[in-house]
Write a protein that binds this ligand. Structure first.
Ligand code: HAM
Length: 430
């Protein structure tokens, strides 16, 4: 059942009591975390452009229909959509993922006829899933990702995986496990699904209730069920039942990854939460995180999805990374700029205001130490903030057309003519 109404009030501690809090499953990224998130997303944009991708921005909400095209048996669609009716009674869903909107836009704008293929786009921003919030799993989270539409070659698969891995490496995400699998295509999948469902039916008594239901709706998802692990441990493996073309494609992808220096482990149990995958699927896991939230990201090929959206079929491949988890895994990224100089103004004539503007226009990150407060209190504020340089201006300095510069790291203080101030501060900071 899709949830068609907003969260009930008792579900949301933020709406009870006197104080208003952020909704359940969301979080505030206070400094410096907001800056770290921004820096992560900017670094992704730089890396994606290096591989030939261009920015796409799609709406954060879509007609619910867009996501229903992913298949109503898909877990994300069936259980996790943040859906509601708007004031015009339209069924709207906050985007749970980025692939469906990109495919919708590709078809809607007739991109295949207007642009050279593959069409390579990247995106980033907030996504929404109506989950039971827990560590690493929230109702609003951020992703960055790429989609390349119109290229069936296995080298594209290897390139996309290489981009994901290279990015995670470049931001210092620590040790990474790369898992790959193949989900076959319309030639071999039906046969394997039949074999797999028969296996599940034979062991139905040992399956959980949900997986018993899945036998007829979405049997392969049972591979992802922890409760049924003992049963599926001995299940037939898709990699052993691929048709010749899928086997050759999978072999070429693995060869491509090895040539690029990535050690990919074939994981026949890897079935991801979205059902659009054909042939290659992959996931990048971080051993530094708990097992329940260790997937930093993943993706794969989805050669039939453009057709599901009514376009001329085009093969495609992409991935998305969860930014929140990537930062939690220890991505060594720092987005904030520290204040380099504080202006301690005891002149009360506007001299400090002018100095501050001059420093900033010269590209020095500067701020007021504490407007209207005493000299001592302003100096204390500089120390508390760990500012390296204090620029001090009082009535005496002002009368002399000068300013004092105190290097708070060494305690040394000098007086300089106003005209030399910027140059002197820059010299101390270099
Ligand atoms: P996904 O595996 O559903 O794939 O999501 C990618 C990543 O987003 C996950 O590995 C995880 O890091 C993060 N993520 C997902 N749900 C949550 C959540 N509730 N809280 C925090 N982080 C979360 C996709 O979304 C596909 N669209 C990837 C793709 C692109 N496949 C082909 N192209």
């Amino acid at each position: 059942m899709l949830s068609s109404s907003p969260a009930p009030l008792e579900d949301d501690p933020g709406m009870t009591g006197d104080r208003v809090q952020a909704p359940k499953g969301t979080s505030d990224l206070l400094p410096p975390f907001g800056g770290r998130m921004e820096a992560l997303e900017s670094a992704f944009a730089v890396m994606a452009r290096l591989y030939g991708y261009q920015r796409i921005i799609t709406p954060t909400f879509e007609h619910t229909e867009v996501f229903l095209r992913l298949g109503e048996a898909t877990d994300v669609v069936r259980k996790e959509m943040y859906s509601f009716s708007d004031k015009g009674d339209r069924a709207i869903t906050l985007r749970p993922e980025g692939t469906a909107p990109v495919v919708r836009a590709f078809v809607e704008h007739g991109v295949a006829k207007r642009e050279p293929l593959p069409w390579k786009v990247f995106y980033g921003g907030p996504f929404f899933r109506y989950e039971n919030p827990q560590k690493g799993r929230t109702r609003e989270f951020r992703q960055v990702g790429v989609e390349a539409l119109g290229d069936p070659h296995p080298d594209l698969d290897a390139e996309v995986i290489d981009l994901a891995m290279s990015f995670l490496r470049s931001v210092g995400s620590g040790e990474l496990d790369l898992l790959v699998n193949s989900m076959g295509d319309s030639v071999c999948r039906p046969g394997f699904v039949r074999i797999f469902s028969e296996f599940l039916s034979d062991h139905a008594d040992d399956l959980c209730a949900e997986c018993r239901e899945r036998i007829s709706t979405n049997p392969l998802r049972a591979l992802d069920c922890k409760a049924c692990r003992e049963v599926t441990e001995h299940a037939p493996r898709f990699v052993d039942h691929l048709c010749d073309e899928c086997r050759a494609h999978f072999g070429a992808v693995r060869e491509g990854l090895a040539a690029l220096g990535w050690d990919a482990r074939v994981e026949p149990r890897l079935v991801r939460g979205l059902d659009y995958y054909t042939r290659t699927t992959f996931e990048v896991q971080s051993p530094a995180l708990d097992a329940a939230q260790n997937a930093l990201g993943g993706g794969g090929r989805y050669d039939y999805l453009v057709g599901e959206f009514g376009g001329e079929p085009e093969p495609a491949m992409g991935f998305a990374l969860g930014c929140d988890r990537t930062l939690a895994a220890g991505a060594g990224i720092d987005g904030e700029r520290q204040i380099e100089a504080s202006v301690v103004d005891v002149a009360e004539s506007g001299a400090g205001r002018a100095l501050l503007a001059e420093l900033r226009r010269a590209g020095i990150a500067a701020d007021a130490a504490g407007r209207g407060r005493s000299f001592r209190s302003q100096m204390r504020a500089c120390e508390r903030r760990g500012v390296p340089i204090a620029v001090i201006v009082g009535p005496d300095e002002e009368a002399r057309g000068a300013a004092a510069i105190k290097d708070l790291r060494t305690g040394t203080q000098i007086e300089v003519p106003r005209a030399e101030l910027v140059q002197q501060v820059k010299g101390l900071l270099s």
